[in-house]
Design a binder for this molecule. Structure first.
Ligand code: GTQ
Length: 348
């Protein structure tokens, strides 16, 4: 036995005795616990809507929305297979409702957001109020709010779902409950929450019925797009963020949801951003146009409705030949609240 192997054998024998008593040597794991910088387990990835759509329609022929409860194709990060994760903390999926179907009412502690992709007549009901979801709309289901969905027109309706499920799993704070009927009781007229909270005015004693989540549950694309176009006319785009506006909770000026941040980036025709990275992991979807992007060194040309992922601390940059609009969401708000959020802005 050489000197070295005998030392190693002695140490290993010690580690084995530690393990028997449910302990472990820190020095063997310290580098992994305290990395010099984040190295996300998630990979950059892109899902083409042209690939998703036919498979989604196949699922539509295979089972009803009611059978499935939610007929969704989960977008699995290829490095996190079987975990229902697009990023470390975010679940994403594409949900399909066929004309006349209902996705029955339930509620859960994870929060959900929707980014509407296609179909006329998609309806979601949240907390006793209905809204029509149109293409490009950003729609919110707050934690523990009853919600059911339907398609009341003649089209299949599809949207991107984003949930904070992996984060809630990590915190072991998941609850779920079924409603006693397919559809929840509607107690407010359409547009009620928008009138009270979404017109740059607030009730005299404003309080969100949804706790930490914004009281507005549909941010229509028509308005977001118009704001971005007008903002682009007023000033040069930011070198790293082009023209970006975030979805806001009007009650406190913060992000619209307590666990997920959402914003939309407008890339004017011909504009190219400089590289930027941040600790939050981002899911993005092209609302309009065509976006060439580099995410963690991978190049993707994103068409309308394509979804892509930029893992935390991966460099990202964007370019568009024609006016384009990119919906983005991430766990940034959580990082910020915990004092962990960082970004680095690279040179052009
Ligand atoms: O629409 O309520 O993609 O509960 C996953 C879980 C959608 C929903 C998902 C859900 C929903």
């Amino acid at each position: 036995m050489t000197m070295q192997t005998s030392t190693e054998a002695v140490r290993q024998e010690f580690y084995d005795r530690l393990a028997e008593k449910d302990m472990a040597p820190l020095w063997a794991v310290l580098k992994g616990l305290l990395p010099n910088e984040p190295r996300s387990k998630a990979r950059p990835h892109r899902w083409r809507y042209d690939d998703v759509r036919p498979l989604m329609m196949e699922a539509g022929a295979l089972l009803t929305a009611e059978e499935a409860e939610r007929r969704v194709l989960v977008l699995e990060n290829p490095a996190l297979k079987g975990m229902s994760r697009a990023t470390a903390t975010i679940y994403a999926g594409i949900q399909l409702i066929l004309p006349g179907e209902t996705a029955p009412a339930h509620r859960h502690s994870p929060s959900a957001l929707r980014f509407m992709l296609e179909g006329e007549g998609a309806i979601t009901a949240v907390g006793g109020e209905r809204t029509v979801m149109r293409r490009g709309d950003f729609v919110i289901t707050p934690s523990w709010a009853w919600h059911d969905h339907g398609a009341e027109g003649n089209d299949p309706c599809a949207w991107l779902d984003g949930l904070d499920v992996p984060l809630v799993q990590f915190l072991e704070a998941g609850f779920n409950e079924h409603y006693n009927d397919k559809n929840q009781a509607i107690i407010r007229p359409d547009g009620d929450s928008m009138a009270r909270f979404g017109m740059n005015m607030l009730p005299m004693r404003a309080q969100s019925p949804y706790g930490l989540t914004t009281p507005i549950f549909n941010y229509p694309y028509e308005r977001s797009r118009a704001a971005l176009v007008a903002a682009a006319a007023g000033a040069a785009p930011d070198k790293h963020e082009a023209v970006s506006l975030r979805y806001v909770n009007p009650l406190d000026g913060g992000w619209a949801m307590p666990t997920m941040s959402a914003w939309m980036m407008h890339l004017p025709a011909g504009f190219e951003t400089a590289p930027i990275r941040s600790t939050d992991g981002i899911v993005m979807c092209v609302a309009e146009g065509r976006v060439s992007t580099e995410l963690g060194g991978e190049r993707y040309d994103l068409e309308e409705r394509d979804v892509a992922v930029a893992p935390g601390w991966a460099w990202r940059r964007f370019r568009a030949e024609r006016d384009s609009f990119l919906f983005c969401f991430s766990d940034r708000v959580v990082h910020e609240k915990l004092g962990l959020w960082r970004e680095e802005r690279g040179a052009a």
